[in-house]
Design a protein around this ligand. Sequence first.
Ligand code: ADP
Ligand code: VHF
Length: 376
Amino acid sequence: MENPHQQLLSTKRWVIKIGSALLTKPGEGLDVDRIRWLSGEIAELRSQGKEIVLVTSGSVAAGMQRLGWRRRPHALHQLQAAASVGQMGLIHAYATACEQHGIHTAQILLTHSDLADRGRHLNARSALHTLLEMGVLPVVNENDAIATDEIRFGDNDTLAAMTANLVEADVLVILTDQDGLFDSDPRLNPNARMLAASAASNPNLDDMAGDSKGELGRGGMATKLAAARRAARSGATTVILSGKHPLNLRHLAAGQGVGTLLWPDMKPIKARQQWLAGHLIPKGRLMLDDGAVAVIKQQGRSILPVGVRQVDGQFTRGELVLCTDLQGHEVARGLVNYSADEAVRIMGQPSQAIQSLLGYVDEPELIHRDNLVVTG
Ligand SMILES: Nc1ncnc2c1ncn2[C@@H]1O[C@H](COP(=O)(O)OP(=O)(O)O)[C@@H](O)[C@H]1O
Ligand SMILES: N[C@@H](CCC(=O)OP(=O)(O)O)C(=O)O
């Protein structure tokens, strides 16, 4: 691609994520000055006609400061308490800063289970769309006070990507404390070189992102890369950008080559399929033979019992399962028509045999193609 940053000139809807590493100073809580000028930059983008949804971290850090705690707690109940105290300060800082520019803000707190439930997922989506239509700036964070370990997004990169899917954003901007994605962690390697642009699915990026992270952030670059790939499913371009340089956002909007741009190079998947791929916690696993893997990947077919070699986990009809190939690599996810016990009894058998094996037939497919999404 000639100059991939130029494609941002014609984009309209941006989700901007502001990370903990940027908003918090070790031991000092929230960096309110930075919130003030970032809000000014958001106002500038809006005046250029962009629609913005903000995803912001910082509630735990702000709560620690208000409670006089010096170290980030590890216990979940203490994190929940700090987050709920701090969310007040966080939202207040944005509301005050945005009011200066005549912008109304709205707080949206989400948990993984909100997005996993199809009804609540659609409600969150329509609330966000309504706020955008009204010209209000939605300010999203995880609902840390009620999220348990099992259902946490954990890092706000994932939450931001899901928000980009939810509102069908054109662009996801991940603002952090580094200029972009480097070939190794620039904190550890002063000679690290920054990547200007790449296709999001480029497998070489995984080695670059590694697994090291900053002091205050949760995810490091690995979760930012995964977020870019998740955002790409709904066709969004992601830019990992430093939020330390005051003019970076407007330079980006002007098509200048700042940050690392990761463009979507996969076919966008339908909204319901995105929800299937991203928002449910799998309850079990079906191991498929090579023939079944080939027809679901190449022809978009349903999964029949005859192509299943092994069933793991406990699930009931309608729940989500992972489907793997014989080597154990994930190839798809979908909602099953039969429980785990039933699936064990019918696996490897032709669909005509279901009646004699179970005494009834719900459907001839174990997973119908409408409830299946190919992920690998
Ligand atoms: N390849 C890399 N390129 C850039 N930064 C990296 C890389 N690998 C690890 N990092 C680390 O990731 C940190 C940013 O992630 P994180 O601390 O989670 O920030 P945030 O709170 O903004 O999400 C950087 O400060 C840097 O130390
Ligand atoms: N919801 C948490 C943020 C989690 C977090 O730190 O995320 P990130 O900025 O991606 O490292 C908070 O507001 O403190």
